[in-house]
Design a protein around this ligand. Structure first.
Ligand SMILES: [Zn+2]
Length: 416
């Protein structure tokens, strides 16, 4: 016993030695706080009865890339090549999920954005039908409550990018009829009516037609999603909208300076609007060093595509070489994500933060947030940082539910 105790103290001393030395020979108490988070019984209890409402999961596109159909994979079994499967969704306490029906902007050049989007909506419907004991499609906030009461995961459809409507208000209405309950105004490229944060300025925010799209979404009861759009487009949409907005998968720009994140002045406007910013887990948007590397990568990619305009393969090969020489830091952890939640809560308030993981849509994730089973780690991290049980419930899902209810009220849809 004595030998065991001695061994434990030696190990502990060594661990603290390493942590202290890591901080330039100065004892840094935050080093201890930023170690692995252990989920306690208290956190499990809170989490078990605060269903997660995640703003963005790309499983439908991952399935399309896999073999193109829902039936190609058994989601009742562990699927280590994916971030999402049913056992892990259950362990993660997911109660409602916006499944993204993302389609690449390149489909616009082939005039196939709408067809591909409808195929992806079909994929989500196949998912809910194949596993009807686990998932059910939710068309409104009352559906979400009813589906949760049955112990199932409410499944909602989010359209990622205004290119899907092919410049037609009638197509927007039709996508709403098909079940779409949010639309991200752009993806990675600017449209002729809304500017993306990762492309050139066309309208300086939103064009007249862009404002019409926002008003029609308000009328329909579809949430205006401002992830991926330029800061001026965020501001223009916040000015035009009559209902709360969402950022389905974006973090805080003051913490990681990447254009995909939300600047502080927009956080303040989102508070006034009653909306919600759902933090994205991708290290390139979460860890400051990885954000800086990501911008250098984008610059290199642009240079190569100009230099090898006629030879995409050569440009891709050279970009892969650059990536090998300039890898991600691998330093991003759940603590970095918690820093974003803290910042948004500080600037916009705890009523305006949510979770928008981007699972199955990103090539890397922070430590301890590797898949959909890990959400309880966030609950523990928030408890450790002094958040009340009530605030944690809001962040995990309550805020998004409130936004959806308010969007329905503005549309004049009385569901209750
Ligand atoms: Zn995205």
């Amino acid at each position: 016993m004595f030998r065991l105790m001695t061994l434990i103290s030696v190990v502990l001393l060594n661990v603290s030695h390493v942590l202290w030395n890591a901080a330039a020979d100065q004892p840094d108490p935050t080093q201890f706080k930023r170690g692995p988070i252990l989920v306690t019984e208290q956190a499990r209890r809170i989490h078990a009865d605060s269903p997660v409402f995640d703003g963005h999961n790309d499983l439908p596109w991952a399935l399309r890339n896999h073999e193109g159909t829902v039936s190609s994979l058994n989601l009742r079994e562990d699927q280590p090549d994916f971030h999402t499967d049913i056992p892990r969704l259950r362990r993660g306490g997911v109660g409602a999920q916006f499944w993204s029906v993302y389609v690449p902007v390149s489909t616009a050049a082939q005039n196939s954005s709408l067809t591909t989007t409808l195929e992806q909506i079909s994929m989500v419907r196949d998912l809910t039908e194949k596993y009807s004991d686990v998932f059910e499609l939710a068309m409104n906030s009352s559906d979400i409550k009813r589906i949760r009461e049955q112990g199932k995961i409410a499944s909602l459809i989010g359209v990622e990018g205004g290119h899907s409507i092919e410049n037609s208000i009638n197509v927007l209405r039709q996508l709403h009829r098909e079940g779409a309950r949010y639309m991200t105004l752009t993806h990675s490229m600017s449209l002729d009516w809304a500017d993306s944060c990762t492309d050139k300025v066309i309208s300086g925010g939103l064009s007249e037609f862009g404002i019409e799209v926002v008003h029609e979404m308000n009328r329909l009861g579809m949430v205006v999603d401002l992830s991926h759009v330029s800061p001026d487009c965020m501001r223009a949409a916040l000015k035009a909208t009559r209902a709360p907005v969402m950022f389905s998968h974006s973090s805080a720009r003051a913490i990681a300076d990447h254009p995909r994140n939300v600047p502080d002045d927009v956080l303040v406007l989102t508070k006034k609007n009653g909306g919600v910013v759902m933090v994205n887990f991708f290290p390139d948007f979460v860890h400051p060093g990885d954000a800086e590397r990501s911008l250098r990568r984008s610059k290199r990619k642009e240079e190569l595509s100009e230099q090898f305009a006629d030879d995409n393969e050569q440009a891709d090969a050279l970009l892969r070489q650059w990536e090998l020489k300039n890898p991600r830091s691998n330093l991003c952890t759940v603590h970095d994500l918690l820093d974003h939640i803290d910042h948004i809560a500080k600037i916009a308030g705890v009523d305006h933060v949510g979770i928008g993981s981007d699972y199955d849509g990103v090539p890397a994730l922070p430590k301890q947030l590797e898949d959909v089973s890990t959400y309880p780690v966030i609950t523990q991290g928030l408890l450790d940082r002094g958040y009340s049980e009530q605030s944690i419930r809001k962040i995990l899902g309550g805020n998004m539910l409130r936004v959806l209810q308010r969007v329905e009220q503005v549309a004049g849809i009385d569901r209750d």
